[in-house]
Design a protein around this ligand. Sequence first.
Ligand SMILES: CC(C)(COP(=O)(O)OP(=O)(O)OC[C@H]1O[C@@H](n2cnc3c(N)ncnc32)[C@H](O)[C@@H]1OP(=O)(O)O)[C@@H](O)C(=O)NCCC(=O)NCCS
Length: 359
Amino acid sequence: MVSPDAVSATPDHGILYQRIDHANAGDRAGVLPILREYFASIGEPGTADERYTRLYLDNPAQQACTFVATDGATGEVVGITSLFPRPVWVRGQTFLGAIGGDGYVTPRYRRRGIITKLHREALRAMNDRHEAVSFMFGPPEPNNLKALLQAGASQVGHVQRFVRPFTARGFGGARATAFATLGQPLAWALGPRKSTLRLIELGEHPDARVDRVWQATIDALAGRDQVVPVRDAVFYAWRFGRGEQRGYVVLDGDTPVATVALERNGQQAAIVDVTAPPRWMTRAYRAVLDACRGVDSVHVELHVPCTRLQMMLYRLAFLPRARKPFQVQTDRNHPAYDTLVRPDAWRYMWGDGDVFHVL
Ligand SMILES: CC(C)(COP(=O)(O)OP(=O)(O)OC[C@H]1O[C@@H](n2cnc3c(N)ncnc32)[C@H](O)[C@@H]1OP(=O)(O)O)[C@@H](O)C(=O)NCCC(=O)NCCS
């Protein structure tokens, strides 16, 4: 049960809509059961509690802003959505944005407009001058996208997956079978080039080399109309310092030139982040491909359109795969509104989202 004084509750057809206070034990006890129900429903039972601590409470930017719907008759929390705060560099200025996530309504309460109302509550909070978070973004599931668009979000391009096969199996599906007879010669032709750059794994503590790369990146982007979630040392240590997605600094000799984050699972690897000034980008990707030698395929997901990065991926023999809409929710009066809703302005990758394993 969520505490009744956790910000003003708005009753609507017997459902109360509230922002919850993560510092309040009663609120925490109300939120955890529905998060456990959500993660059990997507086949990840047992992950909700650790996720709650890491993503909701320990976020170095700010604790999550969480909105819940409660059945006024029973006190049961029946719907939830959250904003996970994240500093974002927008054409030279840093704003506090947020990844939208964990939108869930318990099955018997669906199709009554509950998630739409929760997204409206979130937008209202973001418009409050006392709230530091000023916009929300992310690639939602299709049914949640419709609710977000009804609640005032804009679709802003897509995220698209690309795959770089190293072997016949790496093509997946029918092509893996068709190419299987080509075996070794194909693997030889597809093998990554040797890179002179080195990847050094980072740990749980902020590393000054990550800040150097981030500073060089934004220096190089000065004057460009772009949106890049901040990937500094504090972010890297929190997001990629433990778990399945790990951070690395890419060195040219002893000079840090890029930071990357990778996930590996069996014969697949995923590139979840690459941060580098544009002039180092292709060499950073080549270094990652070299470091992934031995797997069947390497996967990456990028915000599109981004002609320069897409062309680079094609040159590196990545193949395009499925795409998914990306949305941004903010007020038209936001000082960076025009840039935030420009599809080709965004530089967003898996590591910017709230999913801790993608393979
Ligand atoms: C997605 C989800 C949160 C929607 O919650 P909800 O409260 O039922 O959504 P709403 O009633 O506000 O629906 C808003 C609009 O979304 C669309 N929509 C929602 N659920 C839909 C469904 N199952 N099929 C088709 N359209 C759907 C409709 O356009 C709907 O408007 P309408 O009812 O006027 O046609 C809920 O179905 C859910 O918890 N799903 C499982 C978890 C999930 O996928 N979360 C999203 C993570 S990004």
